[in-house]
Design a protein around this ligand. Structure first.
Ligand SMILES: [Zn+2]
Length: 288
């Protein structure tokens, strides 16, 4: 860090990045809670329409911006001071000021992760378009991770825009060539699509969801095809280790499906920051 406050790697720039990361994190934790509810209401309406059923009773307006942040238990609106990212949770010690209902720790965790992602993006890529892009992708991956853990869905509303965005940023060759990004996005989708159908034909079971194909395609669009084997290896290893540990400690039945999205997200993130150094290390090892 540079003591000159106007340098791109000064303390002031880091503090600003951390604060921005925390604010975005607060938005992400709201999104993780609200987006699945919005989607379920939409699906409910679509199903009723398709089945020619009468529409459900008019529900209260609920979208990303409305109603204002409130306690899900007692519905008391959140005071501005309690809504400050990171500090709000700490000041309240994780409980609602009005009814003392516990606030899920997820809120705090998402804000911490987003803050860290902003700092790491700045430290790794500097105050550049690559740094900004890395943070934007990190934010999307954090939201997808927590939504998949909670609801076992990877909403198109996040995966698809960020897939296209990956292709766009690589028009300028931000992380890889455009050619490699297009091959990565299409190849990733088709590869998992093939695995999915082969697995289903062989076992009659569905091993993953279509959201996983789109998320992997997103990874291909940002990273290029060359890093995809690494992503799949990381994600599968982490998933197997985690699942194995849960089964061994009997916290998960062998037959319970486990979302793959969080592991894919973590692997894509790792590959964006450390993919090429790891590949070079591996290739050096493989060729003595
Ligand atoms: Zn409350």
């Amino acid at each position: 860090m540079n003591p000159n406050p106007f340098a791109p790697d000064s303390v002031a720039v880091y503090v600003f990045a951390a604060a921005m990361g925390a604010v975005i994190g607060s938005f992400l934790s709201m999104l993780v809670y609200r987006l699945p509810i919005i989607l379920k209401r939409q699906w409910d309406r679509d199903c009723r329409e398709a089945l020619a059923l009468p529409p459900a009773e008019k529900a209260e307006t609920f979208n990303i911006a409305w109603p204002a942040s409130h306690c899900p238990q007692c519905h008391a609106p959140l005071a501005v001071r309690d809504n400050i990212p990171l500090f709000g949770f700490l000041v309240l010690r994780g409980r609602c000021r009005h009814c003392a209902a516990p606030i899920p720790r997820r809120y705090f965790l998402i804000e911490v992760l987003s803050t860290l992602a902003a700092i790491v993006s700045l430290a790794h890529f500097g105050l550049t378009a690559r740094g900004a892009g890395a943070f934007v992708l990190s934010a999307a991956l954090i939201a997808l991770t927590f939504i998949d853990m909670r609801e076992q869905i990877l909403p198109d509303a996040i995966t698809l825009p960020f897939l296209w965005l990956g292709l766009l940023v690589n028009r300028a060759g931000l992380y890889t060539s455009l050619d490699s990004a297009v091959l990565g996005a299409a190849g990733a989708y088709l590869f998992l699509w093939l695995v999915f159908h082969a697995f289903r034909l062989a076992t009659g079971k569905e091993g993953m969801g279509h959201g996983d194909f789109k998320l992997f395609a997103l990874g291909g669009a940002w990273l290029g095809w060359q890093l995809l084997p690494l992503v799949l290896l990381f994600a599968s290893l982490a998933g197997a280790l985690y699942g194995g540990a849960l089964i061994l400690t009997r916290r998960l039945a062998r037959t319970t499906p486990m979302p793959f999205g969080p592991f894919l997200c973590a692997a894509i993130w790792l590959a964006l920051f450390y993919g090429w150094p790891l590949m070079i290390l591996y290739l050096r090892g493989a060729h003595g």
